[in-house]
Design a protein. Sequence first.
Lengths: 329, 322
Amino acid sequence: MSGNNHIYDKIQKGALENDGKHLIPRKKQNALFLNLMRHWQLYLIMLLPITYIVVFHYIPMYGVQLAFRRFNPMLGITGSPWAGFHFFDQFFRSPSSREVIWNTVEISIYSIIAGFPIPIILAIAINEVKNSFFKKSVQMITYAPFFISTVVMVGMLLQLLAARTGLIGRVISMVVGQEVHLMNDPALFQDIFVWSGIWQGAGIGAVIYLAALASVNPELQEAAILDGASKIQRIWNVDIQCIRPTIMMLLILSIAGIMNVGFERVFLMQNPLNLSESEVISTFVYKVGLVSANFSFATAVGLFNSVVNCILLVSLNYILKRAGEVSLW
Amino acid sequence: MVTNVTNLMSFVKSKLIRNQSIKKIGRTSIASSAGDKLFDIVIHFALVIVVLIVLLPLLYVLSASFSTPTALREGRVWIFPVEPTLMAYEAIFRDPSILRGFYNSAFYMIVGTVINLTMTVLAAYPLSRKQFFIRNYVMGIFTFTMLFSGGLIPLYLLVMDLGLLNTRWAMWLPTALSVWNVIITRTFYMITIPDELYESTMIDGCSDFRFLLSIVLPLSGPIMAVMALFYGIAHWNTFFNALIFLSSDDLFPLQLVLRNILILHQFDAAVIVDFDALMRRMGLMELLRYAVIVVATVPMLCIFPFVQRYFIKGVMIGALKG
């Protein structure tokens, strides 16, 4: 502690010499320097996390230049010869590009349209329940599936959809009258993907809306009751309007992630028979890049994905900010 | 200080209670209309259906895993086990790869979470202090990584260059910190640790290190529980990093082992040799997969009722910042 005082004294002296009267100099440069001297420990604490961020996030960003180079393992990322937009050209000209981009967009939009309102409806329904035991039980049960890992979730799905031994597969086979292999049908892939996602995520998605609903001002509810509003009217005119900022914020986030279809689940649910509907950008990057070792091409496709995502998020946020709704930053 | 923490925690609770009591008054003072009653019934009915949709598949998996392969193959299992047996579980616990997977996953999870928590506190504490002049710049550097990333291939090449491929470090270092969790923790610190406290300790000659150790850490209990849960679950469930960074069997976490069994349908044949070939044909493999799902899910579902309230707390602090 005496060391600290010592530094403090030194700073004081320095400040007095520079400025005459003031302990804290007005010049910004000096302020930063003094702050560094006085709180050097804060800077030291920050050193480790900042090193991590630079190494594992910014160095890969720098490595994105690989998309414009013809990668040669001998020469490394920065030594490989430039290739310009060759790999982007190659991607957009290949017949698979349209399919992959289209699948990605299709699955995302389907997920948002089907999956976004359901947690809101669930939260409102749970919020209307007065019996606290029933309320808690419903909440607990609906978000239990969230704790099942992706791998097990997909494994379970494959088992349940199996034509002869799975619960759902058997019921559907009985209805149709013959054995149906649901996972092998490309036309059904997106339905299965989206609805299994809802099965797993709706409960946990409702948590945030429930928190928002809990903070709705009870006086508004009371006023609506006195005005003779029915329950449905109260939900529509009070509850929904009050949680609107939360809804908008989560909507931006999910629309911004439109090009980021949950890689793990798609990848695990893929099989050679449903590939025409299930290949998305991220799985394509993985296969081209790491399985076929076509590093530059895969980086280019990945970069295209990141850039589209980034533009979507920034522009959506801008539009909503202008419209007077919410903003992420 | 302590009251400050509990204030935050009880804030939402009190809102909930207030909300409920108002509704009760409303119900007793003004008779609810027939329409409202019908609406209530519809909502309760719908929620019961939702609960059944969630529970039935889980129950079926559990029952199937305890039934005999014959009953399963003939389609006699619906909701309850038929001819209960532990056959599948005996086979599973004879498979070394599953046990090794459990061990590896636990190891990755424990060490990984300790690294995560340390890094998160180290990042969140300076970022929550006004006295840290460059904190807005550092926040910018952090949040930009959530907007844009280099992608899979540059990260893979980096891990390769660092010599981490096929080592346990590959499971810890690339995911040492989650920016989103740093933001949540920082918000928590800004709410619970007022500047006045910081200033008064500084006047008493407390250093930044000392403040972190003797004031911030003891007050971090609730947020650390939330973070440990977030990070711990992420470590336990991760399979993709293991898939791309690890290549030797004895490093595989449970999820990767499960993927081989459940999705690629690979199961160590040696385990089945003990049973006769007839049994195998009758769907023991199928049965084994059900049992594997149960074994992998039960630990998580057992701890979940105890930890879920921390989870909700974390989601809510995250929403505060928005």
